[in-house]
Design a protein around this ligand. Sequence first.
Ligand SMILES: O=C(O)CC[C@@H](O)C(=O)O
Length: 310
Amino acid sequence: MASLTTPQIFVALGSVEPDLVEPLLSENQRLIQDPTAEDLATAEAAIVRAAYPVDRDMLDRMPALKVIARTGVGTDLVDLAEAHRRGIPVVITPGSNTASVAEGVFAHLLCLVKKLSPLTALVREGRWDHRADVVVGDLEGFTLGIIGYGRIGRRVARIAEAFDLKVLAYDPYAEIPAAIRCDSVEELLAGSDFTTLHVPLTSENRNLINASRLKAMKPGAVLINCSRGGLIDLNAAYEALQSGQLSGLGLDVYDPEPPAHHPLFDHPSVVLTPHLMGFTRQGMAHTVRDAAQGAVDVLAGRKPAAVATP
Ligand SMILES: O=C(O)CC[C@@H](O)C(=O)O
C-alpha cells in the first residue's frame, strides 16, 4: 500500500545521477532533479554539485532544509556561516574522489610535458617531417611542487614517487616530512619544475598564483590547477605563457564556472578540461553516493561521516 505521509524531499542542485541516490532513500523519501520553487520550499535535503552556489538567497528559498550535502570537499560556494547559523549541517565527502583528482593532475602534466595535443595535430595533418620540432620531455628527475598537502596533495606525492619525480610541498596547516617541506610558496616555486595546487579557495588565497609568484617560478615551469579556479590570476598566467616563463598550464577549474572565454584558452601550451577531473565515472559514483548517504544519515538523526565547519 502506498504511504499517505508527505514524502521527504531531496533536491539535486546541479545534476546528479538518480540511480546513485535512489537506492539509499527510504520509501518515503524522494529525489527531485531540476527542482521548482515549490520543490525547493519543501526540500529537507539538498545534494549540491561543486559549481552550484548555496548563498543566503538560496537558503531563504529552502526554509525546510535540514541538511546540505556537497559532492566533494570544496565548500567555497556554500555560505557555511549562514548554514551554521540556521543549524543546517553541511556534509562533505572527503576521500571520495582523491584518486580521481590526483590522476587528473598527472593526465594534465603528462599531456603538457609529452606534448600530446601538438603531436596529435602533426599526425592528423600528415606533417611527419615536423615531428622533431615539437620537443617532448620526461618527468623523471624533475621536481614537482605540491601546494596543499591534504588527501589529494599526498596522493599526488605518492604517484610522483613512481615517476621518480622529486617532490616539494607547502602547506602551513599540514604535517609534511621535513625532507620535502617548504616554508613558503616562493621557496616551493623557486625549486619546482612543475607545480600543482591543492588548496581550498578562500578570501585569503584568491589569486594565490599572481604575477609576482609566476616570476618566482623556474623559467619554463608548468602549472596545473585541478583545485579551484580563483587560485590563479589568469591574465598574469597568460603573460607568463607568452613570455615563456610558463611552458605549460593545465586547468580543470575556472572562476566562475562555466568560464567566459579567456585568450589563454587558445594558447598552444594550455590544456583545458571542464571541471571533470574529480567527477570521473568512479569519482562521481563515490562522491554522489557519499553525499546522499550523509544527507540520509542527518535526516535519520545519525552522525554523518564528515561535516564542514565554517
Ligand atoms: O563536480 C562536482 O560536483 C564535484 C567535483 C569535485 O571534485 C569538486 O571539485 O569539488
